[in-house]
Write a protein that binds this ligand. Structure first.
Ligand code: SF4
Length: 451
């Protein structure tokens, strides 16, 4: 029997998906790249954007229609809001939270009974923390040979008003540090070159077990030390931290260990104090400014990424201007700018979505213009320098490969060899195209590790 899995949303979903692959393969199922020749098809859903949820509804409608001419078992897991879950129970054969992935074989085997019967399967009623630990204990079926994700924490206690994660994934649970360090060491041993520590709120790691577990900075230091002893080239990242929990200790840990990559993704969401309060972000602009100052001082070569929401409910033009100013001040290398859309389940869903679509669109354009300026300025400084680059695969342009610098800036270069994916190469930067770079294979030694 063959299966096909569609993963939507963030890297945490990708990592969860790698554990579903393991569970299905251990059942004897064979992975298929095409849904058309699979008998079991599933989706890992994302509730952050309405677009992703619309995609799920379209997909299941197609699958259910195709049941007229073939046998098909459909399942869904991931970030699902309670209202969607009720609807999915009527549309999918199997609906389960990721914490119950160990029950998936039982649900598939006993299939034939209406979906809600899966609710009676053994495993339900086990405390959520234990279920999450057993999910983490599944050996992932890594989908890449050089890039891997390591979950270190699940859930969120922050309750930002625009976000539904605390309701879909629950409260924060930290994974035991020993298990995390062992997984990272195994990955380095196997030759992985890019390893990302994952959590909804990665730098509040350990706070749920204060006193009996490492804090995030200590965890980074332990990982940095372990990587150092293994003496293999790799870059270790983490995403996403919350400004409220970002300490100097974390920034110093990155500065202290070669393998901890010089790249920080620090969501800002808005440059306006009042909107930050309305979003329940629980930090001031001053606090964000202090963190950026510390990053620039202690990690002068680090790139800085962020997330911004435009058109959050009630956002006035002057508040948007303050976000423009903030983006100019912090000079981000990358910003993922999203137009606000109310998510059922999030606190802001009860508030009127006051900013018209065209205004959101224009504000998004404004911020992307600022980003292009600040990113270009930084990227132009690298022209003529030789950088270490991790090759990630063929570029869209024929005859070119693409890769990422340590600071996660995209770079492409002409190459005759096609077998370089997953290796480090030295590239001389020849030009910058705003957000990305172009280079050529260098014959000289690396002179810089930026950006
Ligand atoms: S910190 Fe805020 S945006 Fe991030 S997962 Fe938690 S509630 Fe959502």
């Amino acid at each position: 029997m063959r299966y096909h899995l569609i993963t939507l949303g963030c890297q945490m979903n990708l990592s969860d998906g790698e554990r579903i692959h393991t569970v299905l393969k251990e059942m004897g199922l064979v992975q298929s790249d095409s849904e058309n020749d699979a008998q079991v098809v599933g989706i890992i859903a994302c509730s952050v954007r309405q677009k992703a949820i619309d995609k799920v509804y379209n997909q299941i409608a197609r699958w259910n229609k195709s049941k007229n001419h073939r046998n098909l078992i459909t399942f869904i897991s991931g970030c699902i809001l309670p209202d969607d879950r009720e609807r999915f129970l009527k549309l999918f054969d199997i609906v389960f939270p990721m914490s119950e992935v160990n029950d998936l074989p039982g649900m598939i085997t006993s299939f034939g009974v209406a979906t809600p019967a899966s609710l009676k399967l053994p495993g339900r009623g086990i405390p959520r923390n234990e279920q999450i630990f057993s999910l983490w204990n599944i050996q992932p079926d890594y989908q890449s040979t050089f890039e891997a994700f390591v979950p270190i924490q699940n859930g969120c206690d922050k309750f930002c008003t625009f976000c539904a994660v605390p309701y879909t994934r629950g409260r924060e649970v930290s994974r035991p540090s020993g298990d995390i360090i062992n997984q990272v060491k195994d990955l380095i041993q196997e030759g992985y070159k890019s390893i990302t520590l994952l959590g909804q709120n990665v730098n509040s790691y350990g706070l749920d077990k204060k006193g009996s577990e490492l804090n995030f900075a200590q965890l980074l230091r332990e990982i940095g030390q372990a990587a150092l002893q293994m003496d293999q080239m790799c870059w270790i990242y983490f995403t996403s931290p919350h400004p409220r929990d970002m300490s100097d200790e974390v920034i110093e840990a990155i500065a202290g260990y070669t393998h901890l990559a010089n790249q920080i993704h620090l969501p800002l969401q808005s440059g306006d104090e009042k909107l930050l309060v309305k979003m329940n972000r629980n930090h001031s602009m001053e606090k964000y400014r202090e963190i950026v100052h510390s990053i620039r001082e202690k990690l002068p070569n680090a790139t800085l990424f962020t997330d911004i929401i435009v058109g959050f409910t009630g956002e006035e033009e002057d508040q948007h201007q303050r976000t423009i100013e903030a983006m100019k001040e912090f000079r981000f290398n990358m910003a993922y700018v999203a137009q606000y859309s109310p998510r059922p389940g999030a606190a802001s869903y009860r508030w009127e979505d006051t900013v018209p679509k065209e205004v959101k669109k224009r504000r998004l354009f404004d911020l992307n213009e600022v980003l292009r300026e600040t990113a270009s300025e930084f990227n132009n400084l690298t022209i003529g320098k030789t950088l270490l680059v991790l090759v990630t695969g063929p570029d869209r342009k024929p005859g070119f490969l693409k890769g990422l610098t340590e600071g996660k800036i995209n770079i492409r270069f002409p190459a005759k060899r096609t077998d370089l994916a997953g290796t480090f190469v030295e590239l001389k930067v020849t030009s910058s195209n705003g957000l990305s770079l172009q280079g050529e294979m260098a014959t000289v030694k690396v002179t810089a590790l930026i950006p």
